[in-house]
Design a protein around this ligand. Structure first.
Ligand SMILES: [Zn+2]
Length: 386
């Protein structure tokens, strides 16, 4: 196969054309990228999920040795359903210096610049490798990257630094909060509301538990953020949904609520989870088992997207600051896969083109200038590996 060459914009057009909403397969996109890389004589490694419909991809350019830099991006995008787009979100539209389409800024723009530079990376005769890692499920669980991370230093080279290309306006971000997500299910016992001692209301127990969680949230506000890096400057606890019961005059058999904690890198989450369990046991005793063994409360911790803690002077910070021409790091308000790399002991920062404020919305775009500036940063990164 002859080598495929595409500009960053042409590559972006191809990537955007794959509808890779997180709940859909991304394999067609990965097939396309793999064929592109293979046309350049590279050997991408794929990490399929259990269904085989979603895959991560990892490729090394340059010597197959430890060290070098990972350029990491996610292939999945958030859904367009219910959004009012001026044009087809899955057909790149270039107008007035902007490229519109789902994922242009979050974050196929970064992926496109990294992939378009592959021929230059190959020609650069690198002493240390560049690796490109494309993941899936970033927008839902940040778990689509973990199999590839687990292989680093075992089946694959272990890099010195990871750059996650989330849109930071090409600032270097070294900190974000984590998000722990929980569904609490409350099981009571039905009885006529005129005879409350013959049952236990799941709805009322749920309300009691939510109110105690609110006090935990208040305490987190009071504890604040010693690092001064986060906005708002404290961990937050929020209950997003609450449902249960069937009628006013029946003690509710079931209730459930979905809630989250957005925590700081130094928040002791295992202590907080233990506290939540203790609250559940206390509410059970007071509200569900007072008149008999009528009910229970289960906390199901569904997803934990770990926080990113600053690592001043890390190899990732140093190479990214130099390549991006910055002299200080910033923090960002959103979560990312970066905490997963950090959890595996890999130095990591976020640095990518465009403004996160345009992500997840109708008429998402990245400007052509931003793409060019992002490409220039990647060129300087690659230059440092020659
Ligand atoms: Zn993203």
């Amino acid at each position: 196969m002859s080598a495929i060459r595409l500009t960053a914009l042409e590559m972006l057009e191809r990537l955007v054309a794959f509808d890779t909403e997180s709940h859909k397969p991304n394999t067609p996109l990965v097939d396309f990228v793999a064929a592109y890389l293979e046309s350049h004589g590279l050997a991408p490694v794929r990490f399929p999920d259990a269904s085989g419909e979603k895959e991560a991809l990892f490729v090394t350019i340059g010597p197959m040795i430890d060290g070098g830099i990972v350029l990491s991006g996610h292939t999945d995008v958030v859904p367009v359903a219910g959004q009012d787009w001026a044009s087809d979100p899955y057909r790149l539209r270039v107008e007035g210096g902007r490229a519109y389409g789902r994922g242009t800024v979050d974050m196929k723009g970064f992926c496109a610049t990294a992939l378009a530079l592959v021929p230059e990376m190959i020609a650069a005769d690198l002493r240390r490798p560049v690796h490109i890692l494309l993941s899936y499920d970033e927008e839902t669980t940040c778990l689509g990257v973990v199999d590839a991370i687990a292989a680093l230093g075992i089946d694959l080279p272990r890099p010195d630094a990871v750059i996650v290309g989330e849109p930071t306006g090409l600032e270097v971000a070294d900190a974000h909060k984590g998000v722990a997500m929980c569904e609490t299910r409350v099981f009571g016992h039905e009885a006529h509301s005129s005879r409350p001692e013959e049952g236990a209301s799941a709805v009322m127990a749920a309300a009691e538990m939510v109110s105690r969680l609110m006090r935990v949230g208040d305490r987190l506000v009071g504890e604040g953020d010693a690092s001064g890096r986060f906005d708002p400057p404290y961990a937050t606890l929020h209950v997003g949904t609450l449902s249960g019961g069937t009628a006013r005059n029946i003690l509710a058999k079931e209730a459930r609520f979905h809630w989250e904690v957005r925590y700081l890198p130094d928040t002791d989450m295992s202590a907080l989870m233990a506290e939540v369990e203790a609250i559940a046991r206390a509410v059970e005793a007071e509200r569900l088992t007072r008149f008999g063994p009528f009910g229970r409360i289960e906390n199901h911790w569904e997803v934990d997207v770990p926080a990113l803690a600053p690592q001043p002077g890390s190899p990732a910070e140093l190479v990214a600051l130099r390549a991006a021409g910055r002299n200080r790091t910033v923090s960002v308000g959103y979560g990312s896969e970066a905490g997963r790399f950090q959890g595996a002991g890999l130095p990591v920062v976020l640095c990518g083109p465009g403004d996160i404020a345009r992500a997840h919305k109708a008429d998402e775009y990245v400007t052509l200038d931003e793409l060019a500036a992002g490409e220039a940063v990647l060129r300087r990164l690659v230059e440092g590996l020659r």
